[in-house]
Ligand binder design. Structure first.
Ligand SMILES: Nc1ncnc2c1ncn2[C@@H]1O[C@H](COP(=O)(O)OP(=O)(O)OP(=O)(O)O)[C@@H](O)[C@H]1O
Ligand SMILES: [Mg+2]
Length: 301
């Protein structure tokens, strides 16, 4: 997809919501699947480190769960920041994504609920780092995550994959498994550095492994209204990528940085903070873009 094009939203998602009181929402995924949802899978990727991937993965997932959607957060980074960020200590983890890859266990047994109603996590662990070398000769090693998620998709409306800061095999797995990729971009010096390489990787994945992959959007993060630099970076992003850039920007907010050490998404840690309001706004914009696409689809002959 070229810059300026709108993200395409394939039919893999049902918009129907569950009410907050619907008891089905609290069923663990290992019980009765709801036949209605078939999750849209979104990879959150940028090989540049520290740009807000994990913060976005946790807080956008949580914001959508608060809207009544069933959401799975997949931690595909051996740093396991999304896992600890929703309150799961790594020392207590006996099962994680690696065990799904080696087919030792059904993915539904690895999924854990979080403190946010409607949000589950498929946790990661530092052991996942072995995948890069261990699976080097394995056939279809780019489809490990896709196979894992296929069994989980019927249980959710959205699956978000938090990627590692690399374009290695784990990120390729995420791009192969996903319908779309959401790219957080930090409003700092060198923000656009490396984006070309990421877009090229996305293009190559589309060519060979996942022709339907689209760009969901670029999300400006850590925006500081007081800094001319932040405004300049945002302008530059909009100039190069047009409507692909989310209208909502995530402001720099210390509460967002504090929340993971308390093992909580921002909506539980400080629901009145700027960060909580920003991620709630991104969730609404994300849903509005999806609705717009579905409307266009239904009105086209
Ligand atoms: N909007 C924000 N305001 C303030 N701090 C933020 C914000 N977003 C993220 N941070 C902080 O910046 C750091 C990097 O964020 P995060 O871990 O989300 O980035 P990442 O892209 O996932 O990093 P990595 O590439 O290492 O996986 C973290 O300490 C996080 O708490
Ligand atoms: Mg991260």
């Amino acid at each position: 997809m070229t810059p300026g094009q709108h993200a395409v939203h394939p039919d893999g998602h049902s918009k129907a919501k569950h009410s907050r009181t619907d008891p089905a929402r609290r069923k663990p995924p290992s019980t009765q699947p709801n036949p209605e949802p078939s999750a849209r899978v979104i990879a959150i990727a940028n090989q540049k480190g520290g740009v807000g991937k994990t913060t976005t993965a946790i807080n956008l997932s949580a914001a959508l769960a608060l809207e009544g959607y069933r959401v799975l957060l997949v931690d595909a980074d051996p740093q396991a920041n999304a896992t600890t960020g929703v309150g799961i200590p790594l020392q207590e983890l006996s099962l994680h994504l690696y065990h799904c890859f080696i087919s030792e266990v059904a993915p539904r047994e690895v999924v854990r609920p979080t403190a946010v109603d409607g949000l589950d996590i498929l946790p990661s662990h530092t052991d996942l780092v072995g995948v890069e070398v261990e699976f080097v000769d394995r056939a279809e090693r780019e489809r490990l995550l896709q196979r894992t998620l296929n069994t989980l998709r019927p249980h959710y409306h959205f699956i978000f994959i938090d990627c590692a800061p690399s374009l290695g095999i784990l990120t390729i797995n995420a791009l192969v498994a996903a319908h779309s990729v959401l790219i957080p971009v930090q409003c700092e010096y060198f923000a656009l550095e490396g984006l070309g390489k990421l877009l090229e990787t996305i293009r190559l994945v589309r060519q060979s492994l996942n022709p339907d992959l689209v760009i969901e959007g670029l999300l400006p993060t850590m925006y500081d209204t007081r800094l001319l630099l932040s405004r300049q970076v945002l302008e530059e992003l909009r100039y190069h990528f047009g409507d692909l850039v989310f209208q909502t920007v995530i402001h720099r907010n210390t509460r967002l940085a504090e929340a993971p050490s308390h093992g909580k998404p921002i909506c539980l840690y400080d629901k009145h903070s700027r960060g909580a309001r920003d991620y709630a706004a991104v969730a609404r914009e994300f849903l509005a873009r999806l609705a717009q696409y579905e409307k266009a689809q239904s009105s086209s002959p």
